[in-house]
Design a protein around this ligand. Structure first.
Ligand code: BJW
Length: 233
C-alpha cells in the first residue's frame, strides 16, 4: 500500500444534517417538498423565477441560523493539521465547512451566500433575499440569480478536482447518496489512479459497492473518529 500523503474528501448534505439542514433525498427531504424540475434547473428558473427565489431565499436564511457540527469541525482540524495535500470538495451550498475553519475547500455546486449575475457573470457575496430583484453591484442589471449549480449546468472547479483525484492516495466520501454526477463518479476516478477509498454515511449509498470500505453511522460521530485515526497514524 502506498504511503498516505494526498487526501481528497467529498461531502454531501448528510454532513450538515446534524446542523438542522434538510438533505435532498430523505423521506422528508427537499425533493419530497419541491419538484427538482421546478426549483433546480435553468428551465424551472426561466418559467417561474419567483418560486425559485422563494426556495433559495428561505434556505439562505436558514443556513445563516445553522451552526457547524462536530463533523465540520473535525474536517477543519484535519485541514489545519494534515501536512500533505488535502482538498475538501463539498456539494453543499451552505457555508458550514468554512465557518468551522476549513480552508482547502471547493464548493462544486456553488454557494447560497453568493449571487451570480446572469448579465455580467460576476459573483457577489449575498446574505439577503434575491426575490425582490435587487441590482447587480457590478453592472446594475436586475439579473441576479442564486449562485448554485442546477441540473444541466457545469459544476465549479472540475479541473482542480480531477487533478486532485489523480494524485490522491485516499478518497473519502461523507454523507452523500451518490445519486448525482459528476460527484458520484469521483470514487471510480480515484480508484482508477490507485487511491484507497472510504465511505462514511448513515446508510449504504448507490455507490457503496465501489468503496474499499464503508462505515455506517452519523457523520457527527464517524468523522471525528476517522480524523483522530488519520492524524495519529
Ligand atoms: C447522513 C446523515 C448523517 C443523512 N450522517 N450521513 C444520466 C447519467 C449520468 C448523469 C446524468 C444522467 N442524466 C443527467 C445527468 C447529469 C446530472 C445528474 O447527475 N443527474 C442525475 C439525476 C442522474 N448532473 C448534472 O446535470 C450536473 N452537471 C453536469 O453533469 O454537467 C456536465 C458535466 C460533464 C462532464 C463533467 C462534468 C460535468 C449538475 C448537478 C447539479 C446538482 N445540483 C443540486 C442542487 C444544487 C443547489 C441546491 O442546493 O439547491 O445539488 S441537486 C442536489 O443533489 C444538490 C446536492 O449537492 C446533490 C447531491 O445530493 P447529496 O448531497 O448526495 O444529498 P442526498 O440527500 O441525496 O443524500 C444525503 C446522504 O446523506 C444520504 O445518503 C443519507 O443517508 C446521508 N445522511 N443524514 C451521515 N447524519
Amino acid at each position: 500500500m502506498r504511503p498516505l500523503r494526498n487526501i481528497v474528501i467529498l461531502t454531501g448534505a448528510g454532513i450538515s444534517a446534524e446542523s438542522g439542514i434538510d438533505t435532498f433525498r430523505a423521506a422528508d427531504g427537499l425533493w419530497e417538498q419541491h419538484r427538482i424540475e421546478d426549483v433546480a434547473t435553468p428551465e424551472g428558473f426561466r418559467r417561474d423565477p419567483a418560486l425559485v427565489h422563494r426556495f433559495y431565499d428561505a434556505r439562505r436564511a436558514a443556513v445563516q441560523r445553522a451552526k457547524p457540527n462536530p463533523a465540520h469541525r473535525a474536517l477543519a482540524r484535519l485541514d489545519a493539521e494534515w501536512p500533505g495535500a488535502l482538498l475538501i470538495v463539498t456539494q453543499n451550498v451552505d457555508d458550514l465547512h468554512e465557518r468551522a475553519g476549513a480552508r482547502r475547500l471547493l464548493h462544486m455546486h456553488g454557494e447560497l451566500l453568493s449571487a451570480l449575475c446572469a448579465a455580467c457573470g460576476e459573483r457577489h457575496r449575498w446574505t439577503g433575499a434575491l426575490g425582490a430583484g435587487p441590482a447587480c453591484p457590478g453592472c446594475g442589471c436586475a439579473a441576479l440569480r442564486p449562485d448554485v449549480v442546477w441540473f444541466g449546468e457545469m459544476p465549479y472547479g472540475m479541473e482542480r478536482i480531477y487533478t486532485a483525484l489523480q494524485q490522491a492516495d485516499l478518497f473519502v466520501s461523507i454523507g452523500t447518496s451518490g445519486a448525482v454526477y459528476p460527484a458520484a463518479g469521483f470514487v471510480a476516478e480515484a480508484r482508477r489512479w490507485g487511491a484507497r477509498t472510504l465511505e462514511l454515511n448513515l446508510e449504504e449509498s448507490e455507490g457503496s459497492a465501489l468503496f474499499d470500505e464503508t462505515r455506517l453511522g452519523r457523520a457527527g460521530e464517524l468523522v471525528p473518529a476517522w480524523v483522530e485515526e488519520v492524524l495519529k497514524a
